[in-house]
Design a protein around this ligand. Structure first.
Ligand SMILES: [Zn+2]
Length: 254
């Protein structure tokens, strides 16, 4: 029985470590010695919880890949906060990849490839290095776009699939097998873990989702208050700052 808590997660990884598994982020997965664990994370809801997971992995001395979305309703990867959180992932030694959503992609192949490349470029500017890996958001339930030839490592590519047994914690419901079944068989494993299911306090999947959304609302409330304070500060000193700005530009009052 695997518990969906931060403790459950670190216990699970510890078992792979104890069994001698090599942990590999996406770009090292194919070269990793067997048995290997290609550990990746689809960040669908919260960069804050992703960083919590990344810190826990770092404490265990393992590295993984975090797939980040640019088109996401819950977090903003290019905001000041988003950039800082993504850079923290990199600082902790993890790899960052693009988690792209085909629902936001145009219909023609050429336009879709061009959007994919543009998104890789934007995420690369946040990371501070070229992005070398990508995975599709909800690949089973949305239109499939094959970008295998557009990126060094596509997480759901045939090459990866031929070597690794795939297991995901989607909606906290394992399918036929859990990661422990593959561990027992000493198979090479690709495990996609979503930070929200492990690094939250609530028990059910519904409440875990509510928890991360409420956490982000809290952050937005703080940003809102900070914006109000700033606006009032600017208004209080506006004549002086306007005059200084005009002087800098060499403009007269009108
Ligand atoms: Zn996803």
């Amino acid at each position: 029985m695997i518990e969906f808590t931060s403790r459950g997660y670190t216990d699970l990884l510890s078992r792979f470590l104890a069994a001698g598994y090599a942990f590999a982020p996406a770009t090292q997965a194919m070269a990793a010695p067997a048995p290997a664990l290609f550990l990746s994370h689809d960040v669908d809801f919260s960069l804050i919880r992703a960083v919590a997971m990344a810190e826990a992995e770092h404490a265990l001395g393992v590295t993984s890949t975090y797939y980040i979305m640019l088109a996401n309703e819950h977090y903003n990867a290019v905001s000041v906060t988003g950039r800082a959180l993504i850079r923290r992932l990199v600082e902790l030694g993890h790899e960052v990849g693009l988690h792209w959503d085909s629902e936001t992609y145009p219909g023609t192949r050429e336009a879709a490839v061009s959007q994919f490349k543009a998104e890789l470029g934007v995420l690369g500017s946040v990371v501070g290095a070229p992005v070398r890996t990508a995975s599709q958001h909800r690949p089973a339930s949305s239109d499939y776009l094959n970008f295998d030839d557009q990126i060094e490592v596509e997480a759901y590519s045939t090459t990866i699939r031929e070597r690794f047994a795939y297991v995901s914690d989607s909606a906290m419901r394992w399918r036929e097998r859990t990661p422990l079944d593959y561990l027992a068989a000493r198979r090479d494993v690709q495990f996609t873990a979503h930070p929200v299911w492990w690094f939250t306090n609530a028990a059910s999947a519904d409440d875990k989702l509510r928890e991360v959304v409420v956490e982000q609302h809290g952050l937005r409330d703080e940003l809102c208050e900070a914006a109000i304070s700033r606006m009032n500060r600017v208004l209080a000193t506006r004549e002086t700052t306007d005059a200084a700005f005009r002087a800098k530009r060499g403009w007269s009052k009108d």
